[in-house]
Design a protein around this ligand. Sequence first.
Ligand code: DAH
Length: 333
Amino acid sequence: MKEKEILLDQIANSLSLDEIEQTRLDIFGKKGVLSAQFATLAKLPADEKKSFAASVNETRDILQNAFDTKYASLKSDALDIQLKSEAIDLSLYENIATRGALHPVNETMNKIIEYFVSLDFSVEKGPMVEDDFHNFEALNLPKHHPARDMQDTFYFGDGSLLRTHTSPVQIRKMLSAKPPIRMIAPGAVFRRDYDITHTPMFHQVEGLVVQGKGEVSFANLKSIMSEFLGYMFGDIEVRFRPSFFPFTEPSAEVDISCIFCKGDGCRVCSHTGWLEVLGCGIVDSNVFKAVEYENVSGYAFGLGVERFAMLLHKIPDLRSLFDGDIRLLEQFR
Ligand code: DAH
């Protein structure tokens, strides 16, 4: 069959599945070349039939082979193209979905809580809207006591107030439980204050330990505060300064050696070499009287979480913690 070479060329030159389908119809279809050949075969005299049939069959096999090979290759090319076009680029959104981070106040709070929980302290909560008794009176801050001036209070019309410290949670705990007590109370507190180191809302962690009479000493308090500050700030020195709080007697303020200048003196520590970080003391007997506890001894402490966060992260303006500016938060990822 003289057309054989032409047909093989046509197969070889079919460049798409559409083209190879047309070639298939041209060769193997009902109206194709091979059908025509077999029609011719039927009309031939008997003696010519055999050799003609053999030649057509051979040509058909050759064409079929070439077709199958070409078809398989075009099919696989088409699949490749389809897979490429349907592939999902998983890297596309990588830079759009950014990672979040804990707010430095929460992160610092968590670190403080973890420390005391590991020492078997319970974590207590109290209301942010307090009454005069829990926030002041029971803490040995009677009405008209000058120490109340230390705290500028937000009052509601009915005499309730936004708690000015987390110390009222001590009172609530002692009124609802029997000693021994080992608790901390983390939470938001409120004061009418606004400048570079004060915001009207900030966070404190209060601590209270109460045991039998004579079982708790200032030495216990000193040791746990020193260990705690070492855990928070690393290699620092700690010093206790006599101070006054109405709810503790004796009271102390606790300083750490300045973590910025290592005690040499710098702007952050006002060139003293020391940073004040918390208040503490032996629970005043008047506080135990207010909650009707007898034959007990205890110590308490209180600290400002923002102050810790500012020192740990070298944040110069406390107000920036609450501006909600994403550029500040992005630095803590
Ligand atoms: N309540 C105090 C304040 O708001 C902090 C504090 C100091 C709490 C000494 C205490 C303490 O329990 O013993 O500044």
